[in-house]
Write a new protein. Structure first.
Lengths: 357, 159
């Protein structure tokens, strides 16, 4: 089954080495598109949803981007496989909850197009690190290819027509997944969130809408999709992300300087716990892995270890733990299994030293 | 004499009038003899029925000819039924759009092969105003750039 292949593959977010990934874990572009003449999935009857799915999947499959990629149909997957896809951000919770949705995923898992989510098509492109223009460029090319193959719903006045008024126009949601332990520890996160909200940006947790910010990871995205060009939306987000990254570094340096040994102690303790715990809950693991990530960014641990921490953040989530174990596990079983995976992975990690960054 | 009150369930004249007060909210149900006996006038379910009737009273005033979605569906779900609904409910949506989007019109990409005429026209209007301002402000470099843009837009719109 395809989900096993997806788990086994070396993907953009789990295996990309090096690069500028401190603070910004990943950059994401989402485009909402619909076919002319068919009701939106939330109002369509089953045969219409099937028609949508057939037409969209047929148009997508043949694109070069999806060569040797995956087509996953929600109706054919078990609960755990669907949860794995959600945890990997390849499909949304909403798509995974229904039976008529499908997703076409590129081999390297940078591109995933959801079919029959709230809109007929949701193009998603994700790159590790901060690459707004590069990510946008891939989405733009894919959008052009799709626009050539399918008749998309478009109005001269309102742009791309979507099921929800919050997406109409460009249908563009650009976002950055940011790791902000410095601002969280310093107690500035509320202030930052308010400032971003006031300037039209949304701040969400790790798995998107309505999720909590485990491991100090937040998703920052534009809200307005109408009346601004794609370029203006990207510039606006880009300017703010640059600013947030600067603020985060200031907070980290200030903390490291003011707290001195206490700062290093906090990070070293997290490594200690992760290396010896026998039971680890998902949120505990996330919060301590966040400390390890901070340690890698600050030079307390070698920077080249950071990608392993990122991989553990993804693979320590409940469905991933169970998929790796190849069986359903109860809560204790998952915590035990998670602790084992993390312990093994961190076995030869060096000790946490003083910051150099 | 005023018109007799109609039964909430059928069209007969109501002879049984019930009032219920819950948390200061008054609900009234009017029933004809037959319905009162059938449903049991003391049955609390009658009041639930009255609630349901009250909620269902507003009839849809607009229905999308393409997908059958109504303005009531739109109000209830906050989503549209199909792409054509954007035309059907156009006016009703304008206020909502201004609230969630702050801008009323698209500025951005169009599918391959589609020339966004309205967008070009809006840009043409804006560019003409900008050029007048540039000339007044003696910014001739900007004025020249805008003149070229206006000429290009006019060519595009004419073709």
């Amino acid at each position: 089954m395809s989900v096993e292949d997806i788990l086994a593959a070396e993907s953009e977010l789990t295996h990309l080495l090096g690069g500028q990934q401190a603070v910004v874990l990943s950059t994401r572009i989402r485009l909402a598109r619909n076919l002319e003449g068919l009701p939106f999935p939330g109002w369509a009857k089953p045969p219409q949803r099937k028609e949508t799915s057939d037409r969209c999947v047929a148009a997508l499959e043949v694109l070069p981007k999806f060569r040797r990629g995956h087509v996953v149909r929600m109706g054919e997957l078990g609960d755990r496989d669907r949860a794995v896809l959600v945890e990997r951000h390849l499909v949304s919770k909403e798509l995974a909850a229904g039976k008529s949705g499908a997703a076409v995923i590129s081999r390297d898992q940078t591109v995933s197009v959801m079919v029959n989510e709230e809109d007929h098509l949701r193009i998603q492109v994700v790159k590790a690190g901060w690459h707004l223009r590069g990510t946008w460029h891939i989405a733009e090319q894919l959008d052009d290819a799709l626009g050539g193959a399918l008749k998309l719903a478009f109005s001269d006045r309102l742009g791309y027509l979507t099921a929800c008024p919050t997406n109409v126009g460009t249908g563009l949601r650009a976002s950055a997944m940011v790791h902000l332990p410095g601002l969280c520890l310093a107690g500035h996160m509320d202030k930052v969130t308010r400032a971003l909200n006031q300037d039209g940006l949304a701040v969400r947790g790790w798995l998107g809408e309505g999720t909590e910010a485990a491991g100090n990871v937040f998703q920052i995205s534009n809200q307005q999709t109408l009346g601004l060009s794609e370029d203006a939306i990207l510039k606006h987000l880009g300017g703010w992300i640059k600013h947030v990254v600067e603020q985060e570094w200031n907070a980290r340096r200030k903390l490291a300087q003011e707290e001195g040994e206490k700062f290093v102690d906090r990070l070293a303790r997290s490594l200690g716990v992760l290396r010896s715990a026998r039971l680890l809950t998902s949120s505990e693991a996330m919060n301590m892995l966040s400390h390890l990530r901070l340690a890698c960014d600050m030079g307390c641990l070698p920077e080249e270890r950071r990608h392993l921490v990122d991989r553990l953040m993804i693979e320590g989530q409940p469905a991933h733990v169970q998929a790796r174990a190849g069986q359903e596990l109860d809560s204790d079983g998952r915590d035990r299994r998670r602790a084992t995976v993390v312990r093994e992975a961190l076995k030869d990690f060096p000790e946490v030293g003083p910051p150099t960054a | 004499m005023s018109k007799p009150i109609q039964c909430s369930l059928c069209e007969e004249a109501a002879t049984v009038h019930l009032s219920q007060v819950v948390h200061g909210k008054v609900t009234k149900v009017h029933l004809c003899e037959a319905c009162a006996q059938k449903g049991g006038a003391t049955d609390p379910a009658v009041f639930q029925l009255a609630d349901a009737l009250a909620a269902a009273t507003p009839a849809p005033t607009l229905t999308c000819p393409h997908c059958g979605y109504t303005d009531l569906d739109l109000r209830k779900r906050g989503r549209l039924g199909c792409p054509a609904c954007w035309e059907t409910f156009g006016e009703a949506l304008d206020g909502l759009l201004l609230k969630v989007q702050h801008e009323p019109a698209h500025v951005g990409r169009a599918p391959a092969g589609v020339v966004p005429l309205a967008q070009l026209r809006r840009r043409l209007d804006a560019a003409r105003l900008e050029m007048t301002a540039a000339v007044t402000g003696e910014d001739f470099e900007a004025a020249a750039r805008l003149r070229d843009e206006i000429a290009a837009l006019e060519r595009q719109l004419a073709s």
